[in-house]
Design a binder for this molecule. Structure first.
Ligand code: B3K
Ligand code: ZN
Length: 861
């Protein structure tokens, strides 16, 4: 196998050539598209040298410089690079290439999705459209002419503002789009197809009227209302919260069915996975509705954090992604239950990012090197990146944080910036000293904070001893003490009240002691409230203290956390074969369920058992995955018998049949109903099965219907078969809903999950080439703990086979599924050996992509 090329951050050089203007003409067709480019190039600040244009999977038709056509001896075209020697300091370079969109199965560059032609360029897809210096620090003004058949491609969209649609007389038409804002080529987009739009408009704070369009398959326009609402809310929110106004006269969103991830923030023309646009109550769950709003907001917010200010190089990716995730999280918190949003975000962080940060693929939020940049769109860059921004906002306080972001926009608008630019702007604008804080950008691994609280009753003082440890992970980038903001409070055991105000402790040293005065009663420690820092806290707490906090803490996150701790401790002990009494958990669960002062969504989150993967990580080494599953099942049965069927049945029945809305209260009711039903199915009797079947049959919304189907799918009943068949028949024409049908079955723990999944692969609706469908079925199976980790390694073998199959079609998507096998170090020897063997088998497979190779190699190292 060829040696892999590694790109290093320290090797950054400014570009040798810039491209101030780019004029592109597309003669579009699914089989064949001709792309003509006219680039004005001028020498940049980098080392003097030839003009190197990236060019991948292109059929080169012609090259000319200064109007003179070059012969093949005048340039070199090898290894995906077109190299031109240019005399002087500027030139006009013209190229013509041919591409075949309908054969582009990687979904990078220009490709076909169900009759629509669309593009995806981030990170390095533009080079698959036209020869270009494909790097984010080259900003160009684009004019784009699209020509295509009028019948097949009535709608032609690109970035910026449109000119007039002109009929060409020969059955084709053309339009020119002009984008006045210089942009990196990864933000280029074009779309052609039979599309219809839900239209609306937004008037910005300075009075600009923006025409909004969400483009979908004709007939689907009514299902875009929720996305449109979210778009307008996002535009208003960014004006209010960050002072950021939209800067073009049009903003379009297009939905396509074949897409490698969620959505893409192309300037003025966002392209979305249809899963994150289309919704109505019959087909979308509350989670779908929430995800749609969050992703619409995320892509819109990129217009300032990503597009107006972009990244100098891909090592700075978290500059736009971490910041934009923090912004979308704040948006969602402001438009719903902030406490529940925080709980959900932390759960995602812990399941995906903490695991990544503890394993072979650990990297800092600003990595030092990569092989394939597509592999670096990670939970660390996105979610830990967002936590790092959140800590800065916490340290600064709202007002000073805003002064910092104002300064950032003022200083760097129109530039390709670095993480360092952002940090200095916040430092200067918010008046913070972030010198030690910068380590969050260079050091990988989740820090552990150890906390012990002692009380001297006579002196009426409490002393909190804190220390921090940095884990020894690959690419740790140093293990020096971090600057960690910890929101902390003490509660009185007798009074149940908070003792004084919450304090923001800034832990900077390896170890420190902090005194609290005037503490008369026994204090109980509440620390890392609101999850103020992305760390693991190990607090020594006496038995009963967690139960106390789960009942009395006034920070909803901390209260949730206390319940999770109680359950995790129990599950870890149980999985290790140590007996443990669950009375404290049962007590906390029933108290939470009965506490009418808590809202429903919070109660639902609080009684959810921690994910299996979190328990695996807690145990750390030599884990038996089957024992973890067994422990979880036992705990849930115990919780069920402790809470009692009746209590849960009451929750399931309550508030059903009212009118449907998406208020936090209504969503909370449905969420609690689903969680209660899930718990009832820890040990389902006749009554539970009848309740689920009734919920399914009478559902007037997808949230209830899915809750019922999920519960039944995990049971060995006739209702399971009936409901699954009914669901398929009901929704067979809606791909996004059929994905749910695949996932529910692949994740169900009844019977033999591998056999179920293999059986579904033979279903006529299965296709490995559609990323959503592949993720739905194969991703569902990989998350099925007893299925994936079945004794003997058949689940591992199956996943490796599927990765190899998809790798030939779509390497970027294939590479995303290597991580579950990369977790082998956690497991006991037989399992670990079987997982390693599969990673090795992939590496030995002929023609493996560099995407999967990098992931598999690093996973074995
Ligand atoms: N910026 C894109 C992600 C591109 C992923 C490329 N492999 C979507 C987003 O984060 O908003
Ligand atoms: Zn993003």
């Amino acid at each position: 196998p060829q040696a892999s090329h590694i790109t290093h951050r320290k090797d950054y050089q400014p570009p040798a050539w810039l491209v101030p203007d780019a004029a592109l003409t597309f003669d579009l067709g699914a089989k064949r598209t001709k792309v003509s480019a006219r680039l004005n190039v001028v020498r940049g600040a980098g080392p003097r040298g030839p003009l190197i244009l990236n060019a991948e999977a292109l059929e080169l038709l012609s090259v000319s410089v200064g109007g003179r056509k070059l012969s093949a001896d005048d340039y070199s075209y090898a290894d995906d690079r077109l190299t031109l020697v240019i005399e002087g300091d500027e030139a006009v370079v013209e190229t013509e290439v041919r591409i075949a969109p309908d054969r582009n199965t990687q979904l990078m560059g220009l490709y076909a999705s169900g009759g629509i032609l669309c593009t995806q360029c981030e990170a390095e897809g533009f080079r698959r459209i036209t020869p270009f210096p494909d790097r984010p620090d080259i900003l160009s003004r684009y004019t784009v002419t699209l020509r295509a058949d009028r019948t097949d491609y009535p709608v032609l969209l690109s970035n910026g503002d449109p000119g007039e649609l002109r009929d060409l007389g020969d059955g084709r038409h053309e339009i020119m789009w002009t984008d006045p804002h210089p942009k990196p080529c990864y933000l280029f987009a074009a779309v052609a197809g039979k599309l219809a739009a839900l239209k609306d408009s937004f008037t910005t704070m300075s009075g600009r009227i923006v025409a909004l369009g969400i483009w979908v398959r004709p007939g689907d326009e009514p299902r875009c209302q929720h996305a449109m609402r979210a778009l307008k809310d996002s535009m208003a929110w960014d004006e209010r919260t960050y002072g950021r106004e939209y800067d073009l006269d049009v903003f379009n969103i297009v939905a396509v069915d074949d897409f490698n991830f969620g959505a893409m923030e192309n300037k003025g023309l966002n392209i979305f996975n249809s899963k994150y646009v289309l919704a109505d109550r019959e087909t979308a769950t509350d989670t779908d509705f929430d995800n749609i709003a969050a992703i619409v907001a995320h892509e819109y917010f990129h217009n300032w954090t990503g597009n107006r200010i972009t990244c100098r190089d891909w090592f700075q990716l978290s500059l736009k992604e971490g910041l934009t995730v923090f912004r979308d999280q704040s948006f969602s918190a402001d438009h719903g239950s902030a406490a529940v949003k925080r709980i959900q975000d932390v759960r995602t962080l812990r399941i995906a990012q903490f695991a990544e940060d503890a394993g072979p693929l650990a990297h800092s939020i600003r990595p030092d090197s990569y092989q394939e940049i597509s592999n670096f769109y990670t939970s660390t860059i996105y979610n830990k990146g967002a936590e790092v921004i959140r800590m800065m906002a916490t340290l600064a306080g709202a007002e000073r944080y805003r002064a910092g972001t104002d300064l950032y926009f003022e200083r760097h608008d129109g530039e390709a910036a670095t993480c360092e630019d952002w940090i200095s702007a916040i430092e200067d604008g918010a008046a913070l000293d972030l010198s030690q804080f910068r380590r969050w950008y260079t050091q990988a691994g989740t820090p552990t904070v150890n906390a012990t609280l002692t009380h001297d009753a006579d002196a009426r003082t409490a002393t909190l001893t804190l220390s921090q440890d940095l884990p020894n992970v690959p690419n740790a980038g140093g293990r020096k003490p971090m600057h960690i903001p910890l929101k902390t409070a003490l509660f009185g055991r007798e009074s149940g009240a908070r003792l004084g105000k919450e304090r923001l402790i800034e832990l900077k040293d390896a170890a420190v002691q902090i005194d609290f005065g005037g503490i008369e009663e026994t204090p109980i420690l509440s620390i890392n409230r609101a999850f103020s820092a992305p760390v693991s806290v190990k607090a020594t707490r006496a038995p009963g203290e967690l139960a106390f906090l789960s009942a009395h803490d006034d920070d909803p996150f901390a209260r949730y956390e206390a319940m999770q701790e109680l359950m995790s401790d129990w599950l870890v002990k149980r999985a290790r074969g140590e007996g443990e009494d669950a009375a404290a958990i049962i007590d906390a669960v029933t108290r939470t369920l009965d506490d009418q002062s808590l809202d429903d969504a919070f109660r639902a989150e609080a009684i959810l058992t921690p994910a299996d993967t979190l328990i695996v990580d807690r145990i750390g080494t030599d884990v038996s995955p089957r024992a973890v599953v067994q422990a979880r099942r036992t705990l849930r049965k115990t919780m069920l018998s402790g809470a009692g069927h009746e209590r849960l049945m009451r929750i399931i029945e309550s508030g059903r049949g009212g009118s449907f809305d998406l208020s936090p209260e209504a969503k909370g009711k449905r969420r609690l109903r689903a969680v209660a039903l899930g718990l009832l199915f820890a040990d389902p009797g006749e009554e539970a099965i009848a309740a689920a079947a009734a919920l399914y049959d009478k559902a007037d919304n997808m949230t209830d219907r899915m809750a019922a189907m999920t519960a039944l799918a995990g049971s060995d009943t006739a209702e399971r078969v009936r409901v699954l068949a009914d669901f398929h028949a009901r929704f067979r024409s809606d791909a996004n809903v059929i994905d749910k049908w695949f996932t529910v079955q692949a994740m169900a723990e009844t019977g033999d999950p591998l056999a179920t999944t293999q059986h579904l692969m033979a279903h006529e609706d299965y296709s490995a080439s559609n990323p959503n469908r592949f993720r739905a079925l194969i991703g569902g199976f990989a998350a099925n703990m007893p299925g994936f980790h079945a004794e003997g390694g058949a689940g591992y073998r199956f996943l490796a086979d599927q990765i190899l199959t998809v790798d030939r079609i779509n390497p970027q998507t294939a590479a995303r599924f290597v991580a579950p096998l990369g977790r082998w170090r956690r497991f006991r020897q037989d399992d670990a050996a079987a997982m390693r063997a599969e990673l090795q088998r992939m590496l030995d497979a002929p023609g493996l992509s560099k995407d999967v190779r990098e992931m598999a190699e690093k996973s074995l190292a």
